[in-house]
Design a protein around this ligand. Structure first.
Ligand code: ZN
Length: 176
């Protein structure tokens, strides 16, 4: 089922989410709905608060590039109660957007590599290391679980230039 998205201005996006306590049928349904909603909006990641649920989990699906310069969907991964254990000193810049803040993009500086611990759908606690877009995507989604949005990581003039658009988005999606 495609779930309605929570948009910028919705207080759920500013909450610190609660831990997932059990991987049961309700959670499996939520994960399936998150995946369907992410695909419906051409997203590469979607966190539970973005559909109005304050639980610490997100799904992501990073497309892979084929040899013919085409992109195909990758494998959907589920991160439950994630905790980023280590960040690299090295950082890089890359443009980001967010399904909860439609049509707004900005360059965000983030660590290049991370080590993350999370629970998978089998209920196992696992640790993995990622770099590049796969790391950035986790940091963006993990921020959502702490009530942080990518625009909070853009400063100065760049951020000031976004304010008008942000006010318009807030007005347009008020109550959603
Ligand atoms: Zn987002």
């Amino acid at each position: 089922m495609i779930l309605p998205l929570a948009y910028y201005g919705n207080p759920i996006l500013r909450k610190k989410c609660k831990r997932v306590e059990a991987i049961d049928d309700d959670l499996r349904k939520l994960v399936a709905d998150l995946e369907e909603t992410m695909f419906a909006h051409d997203g590469i990641g979607l966190a539970a608060p973005q559909v109005g649920i304050d639980l610490t989990l997100f799904v992501r699906n990073i497309p892979t590039q084929t040899s013919h310069d085409q992109w195909v969907p990758g494998k959907t991964e589920v991160f439950i109660n994630p905790k980023i254990l280590e960040y690299s000193q090295e950082k890089d810049w890359r443009g980001e957007g967010c399904l909860s803040i439609p049509n707004l993009y900005g360059e965000v500086e983030r660590p290049s590599r991370i080590k993350v611990e999370y629970t998978n759908m089998e209920g196992n606690r696992v640790t993995a290391e990622y770099s590049g877009l796969k790391a950035r995507n986790i940091m963006h989604e993990n921020d959502h679980l702490n009530g942080v949005l990518f625009i909070d990581r853009i400063y100065g003039k760049e951020r000031q230039e976004m304010e008008q658009t942000l006010r318009e988005i807030k007005k347009k999606y008020a109550g959603k």
